[in-house]
Design a protein around this ligand. Structure first.
Ligand code: SF4
Ligand code: SF4
Length: 475
């Protein structure tokens, strides 16, 4: 008998292997049970989510009509919750020094031929100016785990530097942080430094595989890693971002585990994950994705995105430039709400693209377009690229953010914020062609703000941005 308890604070009880195996068995036994599948889809239509067992059944189901129904519902939920908005961000790699031995990552300690780099504060400044000049307002900072080279003090200093830089009309308004699992005390320090979301990927929820994939270093400790979000929340961070690296383990196991993690956070802390990321393993220095035999094809990947969308409607979903333009286009429709653009995955890569012989990148980028090209592409597909960071700056995090979502006011908030921040982008950074397309979209989309007063104020602010060089309005 196994012990599964979503309210437990012990990793192996809230991510319970027995419960996952049981859920997968249940899914296999019921994957052709149309009555049950219809019941689950009906429940998902209430937009309050479905649990890991129900999601596992949908993932196992191979009936084409039912899969189509799942996709249509995912598209509808995406539209209802996120409209046509896509939030933009960029990663910023601070340091690739790392003491861990993760076998799928080129930064692993034993890789002697990768070029190791750590940005000085002056280099951080240069990188941030380059990012601001592209138009970015929201960053995700990334660093390997290395107590000597990248201690928490270094990360905190970088955050301070990033927020302090005001170059022309530029500003980084939200810094999300993706660093190794740490102590409650350090999470408290990150919170005090004003971070947005704390992001930590589980990589895999399967403990046995996890230990094999992380043979050395502090990350080897599965329980410490899996319980990190509880410590982060104890430290006062209430927006956390989770994810697995698809390709390491069986995807059905990972989806069940990831949803159990979300259910656990909701049960214990009253708020689920702010975001879920869906990276797939990619080629990089010293890493051959073919060496991992759990890779998933594009079709399965799309199905996973759709099921996450209906399972946790309030959770934002992120995709990076690991994925090609073609794949990104498909999953945007099914549930993705945040994408990166113009990314460099090497340390210092925004100021100086790397020479062939000094590869410090974490993975090869599949989507190499500039931010301007990505913004234009999104608008041509009918989306509204948004540079909004309003919630975090208005203190709407954690459950306050969730109550905004649940109150249905998001259309009166996110929509005008998206249009105002897009106008800033168009005025300060866009090419002529992008600007022309954007102006038309803003004009049309303004009319869709339901509340008349909000619509009027948003129009005034947009005119102020265009004509009076005013910036940083938000609802
Ligand atoms: S995944 Fe993170 S912890 Fe592991 S080697 Fe890469 S940078 Fe280090
Ligand atoms: S208003 Fe809040 S939820 Fe909406 S896009 Fe801005 S930051 Fe996100």
């Amino acid at each position: 008998m196994f012990k599964y308890d979503k309210t437990s604070l012990k990793a192996e009880e809230f991510i319970n292997d027995g419960e996952i195996m049981d859920s997968l068995k249940y899914a296999d036994e019921n994957k052709n049970d149309i009555e049950l599948i219809d019941k689950i889809i009906e429940k998902a239509k209430l937009r309050k989510g479905i649990d890991h067992r129900e999601a596992s059944v949908l993932l196992a189901c191979e009936i084409p009509e039912k899969i189509q129904e799942i996709y249509s519902l995912a598209e509808q939920i995406k539209k209802d919750f996120y409209g046509d908005r896509i939030v933009m961000f960029a990663p910023l790699y601070l340091s690739n020094y790392c003491v861990n031995g993760c076998v799928y990552c080129p930064y692993h300690a034993k890789n002697k031929h990768i070029c190791r780099k750590k940005l000085t504060q002056d280099e951080v400044r240069q990188e941030v100016i380059a990012l601001q000049d592209m138009g970015h307002k929201r960053l995700a900072i990334e660093a390997g785990e290395d107590p000597v080279n990248n201690p928490i003090e270094y990360i905190l200093e970088c955050i301070k530097t990033i927020y302090s830089i005001k170059h022309k009309n530029g500003a980084i308004r939200r810094v999300n942080v993706n660093i190794a699992a740490t102590t409650v005390e350090n999470y408290r320090k990150l919170k005090e430094a004003g971070i947005g979301t704390y992001i930590l990927f589980q990589e895999t929820y399967n403990k046995k595989s996890y230990e094999e994939l992380h043979p050395t270093g502090p990350k080897h400790n599965y329980n410490y890693h899996t319980e990190a979000m509880d410590r982060a929340m104890e430290g006062g961070i209430d927006d956390v971002g989770i994810g697995v690296l698809f390709g390491l383990e069986l995807y059905r196991y990972e989806l069940a585990g990831m949803l159990m993690h979300a259910e656990h956070l909701e049960a214990v802390h009253g708020v689920g994950p702010h975001t879920i990321s869906v990276p797939r393993i990619k080629r990089a220095d010293d890493i051959d994705p073919d060496a991992f035999d759990n890779g998933i094809d594009d079709e399965t990947f799309e199905k996973i995105v759709a099921i996450i969308r209906i399972a946790v409607p309030y959770t934002g979903m992120i995709i990076s430039t690991r994925e090609s333009q073609k794949v990104r286009e498909k999953v945007l429709k099914l549930g993705i709400s945040q994408i990166s653009g113009g990314s460099r995955t090497s340390v210092g890569g925004y100021v100086e693209p790397e020479a062939e012989d000094e590869n410090s990148a974490q993975f090869d980028v599949s989507d190499n377009r500039t931010l301007d090209e990505v913004v234009r592409w999104l608008m041509e597909l009918g989306y509204i690229p948004s540079f909004c960071t309003a919630c975090y700056r208005e203190g709407r995090t954690g459950d306050r953010f969730m109550s905004l979502c649940k109150s249905g006011q998001i259309q009166n908030c996110c929509h005008p914020n998206a249009l105002m921040t897009l106008e800033e982008y168009l005025m300060d950074y866009a090419s002529d062609e992008t600007r022309k397309i954007g102006e038309k979209i803003i004009e049309k989309e303004l009319l869709k703000i339901p509340n008349e007063k909000v619509r009027k104020i948003a129009a005034e602010h947009i005119a102020d941005i265009a004509n009076n060089n005013k910036r940083d309005f938000r609802f």
